[in-house]
Every structure is written in structure tokens, then in C-alpha cells.
Design a protein around this ligand. Sequence first.
Ligand code: AGP
Length: 474
Amino acid sequence: MNKLKGAFAIAVICADYPDELIIARQQAPLAIGFGQGEFFCASDTTALVPHTRAVLTLENGELARLTPLGVEVFNLAGERLKKYPRTLSWNPVLVEKQGFKHFMLKEIYEQPGVVRTCLEAYLNSDWHPGDLSQMPMKLELPAELYADLEQIQIIACGTSWHAGLVGKYLLEQLAGIPTMVQYASEFRYAPSPLTPNTLTIGVTQSGETADTLAALAMEQQRRFSQLPKLQPRLLGITNRPESTLAQMVPNIIDTHAGVEIGVAATKTFVAQLMAFYCLALDLALRRQTVSPKGLELLITGLRQLPAQIELILESLDPYIQELTHQFAETQDFIFVGRGINFPIALEGALKLKEISYIHAEGYPAGELKHGPIALLDAKVPVLAIAMPGSVYEKVLSNAQEAKARDSRLIGVTPKNDLEAAQTFDHLLPVPAVEELLSPILTVIPLQLLAYHIAASRGLDVDQPRNLAKSVTVE
Ligand code: AGP
């Protein structure tokens, strides 16, 4: 192994030693599962869940020998290491489709439960509005992470990057902290100049995305060497408390979404948003940038979200399934939103292109007329997210610009809204909630739309071509 170069997770068997399996890890995930009279190795713990919940994850530069007698772990110098498996909280039932046609649809339907679990995990159930004796949040992050915070940088890829954009909106608008969101693959080669009192947040549902891990490692190293007097402040938001990310950063927020099998992230995205709501509120409280009334409004609103998602699933799923027949020939789709719903437009477009292979773009609605409007005609539908709040009227008028170019207009709008009904050809109504909370609801119809378009085309929704659940290579 000392001679090998690059990133790998390997398993080797030799004809001379038929009872031994040697496995080794360098910069790529590798886990050992302890079953009943059997051992397993896998590059992802999800694969082990149907067989066992006792799992040991190897670290970089470690190898293990699996024989009928047991498992031994070594470092590169050949020294034996003492390591113990941990018990995953995941239930094997989670890796079954339970009557759903695809895992993605099942995972979309699991979202009310995921939001409930996040609320239980992050909110103090004993707290009530007006209660000054205790904090409403229970993130249990160390005070040093928050002290004199001047800036936050969020590093992520793909859907997690979109969650980071919603996070930026919340951290800036609720807690008043300037926040940057960086693509990990870009940040690695052009990091922003170092600033003190900065919190770096890595967001990755798998906790194994190579670019995100490398960017965080680089940032940690850069801060140690250039700002040696300041302890780097690192936080991970992940769905995998056993992942490499969790081993690498001192603090994590576990998003508690449970196993996600579909390659297209759905419930883990919503869970990442929940983590950002609670982090932003926690910071806002400590910095006193949110009024008691505002806090009460948001916490009450958060608690209503699970029932509201259930309502959306119940009322919109059959309608969207029906609607998708009208997009059988569609080759291009535009998604627009503004403010906190702009990242949701990006996410809607990503979901659609990932699983249906339809070309889709997300834009801030105000940017339509600065170029993309040239694409519009009767063959290019436009989906606009128009929720009550600071940008509602603006989005409606941007949607009308598209209508004037003959685009078919779909609106994710508040329920029973007359103005929306007059603007859009098709309505996907969701409960009218506080603008800041709306992304958790507006993303649901977009996930359903992507799902039903892909399913109606007979595509492999859970395993789209060219994609992997964890991108463990650069
Ligand atoms: C999401 O639907 C995608 N499959 C992809 O963009 C994903 O979000 C990205 O690869 C990042 O994954 P991570 O959250 O595990 O880091």
C-alpha cells in the first residue's frame, strides 16, 4: 500500500490465502460491517444497513484483514490499531421501498417525518413563547464557535450548495452575519483571502464528497499556518455522523434524515434547510438580532411545517402526475424565483435535469430579461415561485414577461390567490407561510414535478445515468 498513489478504497483477495480479505483506504470511504458470523466491506454504509448496524469506518491510511476469526486493523507502518464498531441508528426497513415505485418518491413522502425529527432534535420542547429562562434551540455547539463572529463561509457542492444559499439568506437576514457560499471545487483553487473570526461550514449529506472534504482540509490547514493564534472554527452539516466529514471537523449538526437511496437528494436537502433555520435562529438569539415576536413567529411557523408538507403531498401529487403528460415533448425548462426562493429555483432545475435529462435552468426572476428571455417561446415552459413577501409582486411581473413570449407558465403560489390564478396557466398552490420559511414548502412540488416527469418517461429515477450518490473523486 505504501507504493500506491492517489485516492482509493480497495479489497484484495489472494489465491494463496483464500480465507483472508485485505482492504485498504486512502482518501475514499471504506466501511466494515459486523454481521452474524460474517463480515462485510463497502464503500458506503448504506449498503451495509440490510445486513448489520455494527459498522467500523476506516480512516485514510488504514488497512484491515478480514478472516473468519475476526477483523484486524493496521496503519501503514503495519502496527495493529484498536478500533471498535459503532451502532448505526438506521433501521433496515428504511432501505426498502415500502410500496412506493421508487426510493425517490418514498423519500419525498418521508419529508414531513424528517422535519418533525429535526424539530425534536434542534428545538427545546419545554420552551414556550416568552420563556426567558431557557433557550429555544438545543444545537449544543460550543460558545467559541460563535464568539465575535464577523463572517461565515459555506462550502458545498450540488444540492448542498443550494441549501447553503438558503442558509446564507437566513444567516444574513436573521443573524446579520455576512455570509459567502462557495462551490468546494472552486474554493480549493481560489480561496477567498483569510479573515479572522470566520466560521467555515461544510455542507454535505454524504459527508464523503471529495471536493468538499479537500476544501475543508485546505481551509483548516491554511488557517493553522497563517493565523496560528486563532483556532480554526469549523462546522459540518451532514446526514452521516459516521462519515469522513464528521471525523474531520470538531463540530457537526446531524441532519437526521435517515438513509437516502435515490441519487437525487430530496429529504436530505430539506433536513439541511432545517439545520440552517436552527443555526440562524440560534445565532440571531445570541446576537439579539431577532425580536421575541419574530422568534415566536418563526418557531411557531417551523412547528407547522410537517402538517403543511403533508397537505401539499396529498393535494398536489396526483395533480402533478396528471400535469406531467403535458410536458412529454418538453426539452427545455426555466425555473425562476427571487430572494430566499431563488436557490429553490436552482434546486428545482437541478432535480429535473438530473433525473429526466431535460435541459433546465434556474434564474433569479429579475435576471430573465438580461438574457434568458431570448430562449422563451411556446415550447419552453417557465416555472415561477411566487410566495407572499418582499418579492411577490416582482416575481408575478417577471412571470408576465415570460407569458408575453408565449411560454406556458406554472406557478408555485399561495393557496386561493386570485392574482396568481390570473397570471399562471397551471397553479401548484402551497400554504401561505412566513416568507423566510417558504422554501421548505415550495421545494416539494418541484421535487414531485421532476419525479413524475422522469417516471412518466420510464427513466431510472433512483439511479440516473452518469451520477453517483457520493462523489468521492475530485
Ligand atoms: C443532488 O441531487 C445531487 N445528486 C448532487 O448535486 C449532490 O447534492 C452533490 O454531489 C453533493 O453531495 P453531498 O451533499 O453528499 O456532498
